[in-house]
Design a protein around this ligand. Structure first.
Ligand code: ZN
Length: 408
C-alpha cells in the first residue's frame, strides 16, 4: 500500500485554561490550571505533540498559526532519526505552519528556565543540584503520565507530597493535564519501547516558550547507559533538536547514572520526603518497597550509600531482590548493570544478597544464557541458576545476610 501523501492538518484552539489540538482523526487536549503565561502566538509546541502521530502515519504535518523555521527543520531531523532507528515503525515527515515566525531579537525571557519535574529520582536530583548551585527555575509537572487523568484524588495527594520540595527549588510550579497518551496509544506509538514521553514533555514545555527560554529535563540515563537502553524517547541524540530557535530543550545530568545520585538525595529531607516512583499504582504517591521500581531504587540506595532511607513502606532487601528484573528489557538491564557496577565500586557487592550470582549471570552473556528466551524473566532464571550452582535455594544462601536493613 503506498504511503499516504496528504498532510495532517492540525488546528490550535485556545481557551483561557485549555488548548485543543484537533486534526480530522486525533484530538490532543491540554488543561492548565491557574496559569496565564501560555503562548499567545507561537504554536511550535503543536509540532512536538503531534510529531509521533505524523511519524506513525507517514503523513506530513500542517499546523495552524505560527511556528519557526528552526522547528520545521528540527522536527524533520527528529523524525529522520527515529526512522533510521525504527524504519518499520516510524517515517520521516515534514512539518509546516500557516505562518513562519519572523526572526526575533533575543530578549530577557530567554534567561528563564522551566524544569520538568515528575517527582522521581532524576528530576529531584537535578533540581536539588541546581538549587544548591544558586540557579532558579519554575517547575512543570504533568498529570496524565504517571497518574491517570481521571484520578484527581491521587494526583492531589502527589501534589501535597511534593509541595515542600517544590517551594524549596522552584520559583513557581505549573501543573498541566493532557490526554495526549490516548492518541499515542491508538497509534501504537510505544509498541516497540518507551518513546512518546519526550514528545509530551516537549510539547507541554513549549506551550510556555514565549515566557521561558529554556525547558529543562533530567536525563533518564547516563550517556553510556543510553546505548544500552536505546531506543528510548528521551535521549542525547534527539533531545537537542527540540529547539525552535528561541527556546530549547536542555537535558540535565547526562553524565550521571542513577546510583550516582543517591548520596546527594540523602542530604536533603525535602527531597527524600517528596520523592515518588512506585510502579504499584495503589501505593502512589507513597513507595511500596516491593515493586520492581521500588526494589531497584532501594538496592541503588544501599549499594551507593550503605543504607536505605525511610521512604519505603518495606525497607529490607530480600534475597530475591532481582526477581522482577527482565534483561530482555534493555532499560532494565541498564539499571541492573548500574547496580552491579556501583556495588563493585563501593565494595558492597558481598553485602548485597546473592549479588555474586547475579553478577555471574550477567557475565554469561546472551549465548551461554540460552538467548533471549532464557533472559526473559531474569528473576526466575536466576533462581534456577542459583540452585544449579549452589545446590541451595536463594533463601538459604549463606553468602550474604538474608536481609539488608536500612541501618546496614
Ligand atoms: Zn513500589
Amino acid at each position: 500500500m503506498p504511503a499516504p501523501t496528504d498532510s495532517i492538518r492540525v488546528s490550535v484552539q485556545r481557551s483561557p485554561q485549555s488548548i485543543r489540538l484537533v486534526s480530522p482523526e486525533d484530538v490532543i487536549q491540554v488543561w492548565i490550571d491557574g496559569v496565564d503565561c501560555i503562548n499567545e502566538v507561537r504554536n511550535d509546541f503543536a509540532a512536538w505533540y503531534f510529531l509521533p502521530i505524523a511519524m506513525r502515519t507517514g503523513r506530513d504535518l500542517r499546523i495552524e498559526g505560527e511556528g519557526s523555521e528552526e522547528t520545521i527543520r528540527n522536527a524533520r531531523r527528529i523524525s529522520e532519526i527515529w526512522e533510521t532507528w525504527l524504519p518499520h515503525h516510524f517515517t520521516a515527515v515534514n512539518v509546516s505552519f500557516d505562518t513562519v515566525s519572523p526572526r526575533r531579537a533575543a530578549d530577557g525571557h530567554r534567561r528563564r528556565s522551566l524544569c520538568c519535574y515528575s517527582g522521581g529520582i532524576d528530576s529531584t536530583h537535578a533540581l536539588l543540584t541546581r538549587h544548591r548551585a544558586g540557579q532558579t527555575q519554575s517547575l512543570l509537572t504533568l498529570h496524565g503520565m504517571d497518574y491517570r487523568l481521571e484520578d484527581k484524588e491521587k494526583f492531589e495527594a502527589f501534589k501535597d507530597k511534593i509541595a515542600p520540595f517544590s517551594r524549596l527549588v522552584g520559583d513557581g510550579h505549573i501543573f498541566l493535564s493532557t490526554d495526549a497518551h490516548a492518541s499515542y496509544r491508538t497509534r501504537r506509538v510505544n509498541k516497540w519501547g518507551h518513546f512518546s514521553h519526550i514528545f509530551v514533555l516537549a510539547g507541554s514545555g513549549f506551550l510556555f516558550s514565549e515566557e521561558y527560554g529554556e525547558i529543562l529535563i533530567a536525563a533518564d540515563y547516563r550517556l553510556d547507559q543510553q546505548f544500552i537502553a536505546h531506543p528510548w524517547g528521551s535521549n542525547g541524540a534527539t533531545n537537542i533538536y527540540f529547539d525552535d530557535g528561541y527556546t530549547r530543550l536542555t537535558t540535565l545530568e547526562g553524565n550521571l547514572s542513577r546510583t550516582e545520585k543517591m548520596a546527594t538525595l540523602l542530604t536533603s529531607s525535602e527531597a527524600l520526603q517528596s520523592v515518588s516512583f512506585c510502579s504499584n499504582y495503589r501505593w502512589r504517591p507513597s513507595n511500596c518497597g516491593r515493586c520492581q521500581k521500588c526494589m531497584r531504587t532501594k538496592v541503588m540506595f544501599f549499594v551507593a550509600t550503605g543504607s536505605v532511607p525511610e521512604i519505603f513502606a518495606e525497607r529490607s532487601i530480600p534475597p530475591n531482590w532481582f526477581r522482577h528484573f527482565d534483561l530482555t528489557k534493555r532499560y532494565q538491564a541498564a539499571f541492573l548493570l548500574d547496580i552491579i557496577s556501583c556495588a563493585k565500586r563501593t565494595g558492597r557487592l558481598a553485602q548485597l544478597p546473592n549479588a555474586d550470582v547475579v553478577y555471574a549471570m550477567v557475565k554469561r552473556g546472551p549465548d551461554k544464557a540460552g538467548g533471549k528466551q532464557e533472559r526473559r524473566g531474569l528473576g526466575a532464571k536466576l533462581l534456577r541458576f542459583l540452585r544449579r550452582k549452589t545446590g541451595r535455594s536463594a533463601k538459604a544462601s549463606r553468602r550474604a545476610p538474608s536481609r539488608v536493613g536500612g541501618n546496614t
